[in-house]
Design a protein around this ligand. Structure first.
Ligand code: DUR
Ligand code: ZN
Length: 296
């Protein structure tokens, strides 16, 4: 089991601790599939929602909050029945808006894993206004059920009445709906090709700046993040933040970053390069490779 889970395991009911420890091997990065969940339920005799709430300390152990020391853990449950954990990240020495919230981390985890609908979000602290707004960007966002340790389950529409969202800006294909915005670039570099693929799947209906980041560690592993915009603009999730969040779920230290690539569209009305460089430089002394590609 990874050391980062030692304290959380001590907080779990004994039957759950015994059942979940075998999943927390060196490759565990916060994904538990539907079959594994069924097995956990059988071993613990817990209802599904009870089990998901009980797993939150594991999600919170993925957090890296050097500023607040406040560990938030979230779980996004996809239509497939799989669950995706996420946790907050704060970037040392940088403006607070660079932070990633646990709910954003969990949602981006589900998105990067190919989920098209998120049905439930389970979180250990009441979701802040920014997260409510981020969740509202999802396909059928108002129907996402929010589960908290000491509240009755309620849909997002309860937590965010009179919502402002994508439809107010005439966007009918919200976050997690299929995106395909091909960018043209002649390259044989696998890392650049990976970034290009993710940029084509990014969600940038408001600026058309289809963008993605790939981070590589010295051993050749890569961690990606796509740009995910928000109708209220500020809660948008930057691709660098998403990639850092992917890396931390995989228990990699940011100091292990060896190469960093940002790809964005030449036709976007904004550029993410400044924001991406600031975030990267707060955690690793690496130059950002910035590539601008033509949309098809
Ligand atoms: O809904 C919330 C509220 C706060 N935080 C994080 C952000 C920051 O890292 C820390 C303190 O606000 O908690 C979340 O992850 N989700
Ligand atoms: Zn939040």
């Amino acid at each position: 089991m990874q050391d980062r889970f030692l304290k959380s395991i001590a907080k779990l009911p004994e039957s759950l601790a015994t059942a979940v420890v075998p999943l927390l091997d060196k490759d565990f990065a916060g994904h538990i599939d539907a079959q594994q969940l069924t097995e956990l339920q059988a071993q613990t005799q817990m209802e599904l929602n009870e089990l998901l709430l009980a797993l939150l300390p594991i999600a919170a152990a993925l957090a890296r909050p050097p500023i607040s020391e406040f560990h938030v853990g979230a779980i996004a449950k996809g239509k497939s029945g799989d669950i995706y954990m996420g946790a907050n990240i704060e970037l040392p020495g940088e403006a607070l808006f660079h932070s990633v919230h646990a709910e954003q981390s969990a949602i981006s985890h589900a998105w990067l894993s190919g989920e098209t609908i998120i049905e439930d979000i389970i979180v250990n602290a009441s979701p802040c206004g920014h997260c409510r707004q981020f969740i509202n960007e999802l396909v059928e966002g108002s129907k996402v059920n929010i589960h908290l340790p000491s509240q009755d389950t309620a849909p997002l529409s309860h937590y965010l009445p009179y919502a402002f969202g994508p439809s107010d800006l005439n966007i009918s294909a919200p976050l997690l709906s299929k995106q395909q915005h091909n960018l043209i670039l002649d390259s044989n570099d696998p890392m650049i090709i990976e970034a290009l693929d993710h940029a084509s799947l990014s969600y940038a209906p408001y600026t058309k700046n289809f963008a993605a980041v790939v981070l590589e560690t010295k051993d050749g592993a890569t961690y990606c993040g796509r740009y995910a915009e928000n109708a209220a603009f500020n809660p948008s999730m930057q691709p660098m933040q998403m990639a850092l969040s992917t890396m931390s779920r995989h228990n990699r230290d940011f100091s292990e970053i060896n190469r960093a690539v940002l790809i964005e569209s030449s036709k976007g009305v904004v550029s993410l390069v400044g924001a991406a460089m600031d975030a990267l430089h707060s955690v690793a002394p690496i130059e950002l490779e910035h590539i601008v590609a033509e949309p098809e």
